[in-house]
Design a protein around this ligand. Structure first.
Ligand code: MF3
Ligand code: CO
Length: 283
């Protein structure tokens, strides 16, 4: 059949060099993302706007979170701030999730449901995970907070997990591989005597909440999908002090806890792969 238009793989704003690089990778049979995962300029503008609100929301929580507060109060802050910015909290009613934010304390790995009965107390390490929909575009990021006097052991877990996230972001370079991200995170966590949660991963994020690819926080360098400019995804390692094994609370169907009851920490960034490196969208 006669070809009616030149078919480019890369979005139109990308350089000829990037297009040539992508074509070369495909010729070599490397695992490339579906081109639908490469954001158009219009999508990028929308995702950046969403991410800006999401980061401002985390800043707002950083200023206001304190000992004695209930996790339901954090939920109210998230709902009010987000809707005041004409945005929607992405978790709300996502697959039936009942609240606007996930708040995960100590041995809760992720997906902690805010409650009027749960009070932040001195010594707690708390992950607040926020996700925003703005004009149909999605953003997602989380931070850790230390309440009052936290033990040196738990402070170190929080710090090393942040380093794992930062090293994962640093490894997320154009034409690198997904496995490069997991490998540096796993290496740094295990060097410090910690373990990487296997059952939950980072994810493509921008046009939908959770999309391809899965971003594992463990793995082998030089393996997996090629990281192509235009991809947007999260890196959100969950690092445990003890076993990597986790379970889901049967009563609520959401709360993920460590098997051994030891603490877990998580930091999450959403990034864009660019031709020269990466851009942090929200963290
Ligand atoms: N924000 C989480 C993530 O990082 C997803 C939460 S889904 C929810 O992917 F339904 F629990 F909110
Ligand atoms: Co996420």
């Amino acid at each position: 059949m006669k070809k009616l238009f030149g078919n480019r793989y890369m979005p139109t704003y990308c350089s000829k060099e990037a297009e040539a690089k992508a074509q070369d990778c495909m010729k070599r049979g490397m695992h490339m993302p579906n081109r639908k995962l490469l954001r158009t300029q219009e999508q990028l503008n929308g995702i950046r706007e969403s991410a800006k609100i999401n980061t401002a929301l985390l800043d707002y929580i950083s200023e206001n979170i304190r000992e004695g507060m209930t996790t339901a109060e954090i939920d109210h802050m998230v709902y009010a701030f987000t809707t005041d910015h004409d945005a929607i909290p992405a978790p709300f009613l996502f697959e039936g999730y009942p609240k606007s934010v996930c708040v995960s304390i100590n041995d809760v790995v992720c997906h902690g449901i805010p409650s009027t009965k749960e009070v932040l107390k001195s010594g707690d390490i708390v992950n607040v995970d926020v996700s925003t929909i703005y004009k149909g575009y999605f953003s997602d990021a989380s931070r850790m907070y230390m309440i009052g006097e936290v033990s040196p052991e738990m402070q170190k877990l929080v710090q090393v997990t942040r380093e794992c996230r930062d090293m994962g972001v640093e490894a997320a370079q154009p034409w690198a591989r997904l496995g490069d991200i997991g490998a540096v995170i796993q290496q740094h966590a295990e060097e410090n005597g910690y373990s990487v949660v296997r059952d939950l991963c980072g994810h493509g994020c921008g046009v939908r909440f959770h999309e391809e690819p899965n971003v594992n926080h463990y793995g082998k360098a030089g393996t997996g999908m090629v990281l192509v400019p235009g991809m947007t995804f999260t890196i959100e390692p969950m690092i445990n002090m003890g076993t990597y094994r986790v379970f889901i609370d049967e009563d609520d169907g959401w709360t993920v806890c460590t098997d051994d009851g030891q603490p877990s920490a998580q930091w999450e960034s959403q990034i864009l792969i660019t031709e020269t490196g990466n851009e942090i969208l929200s963290q």
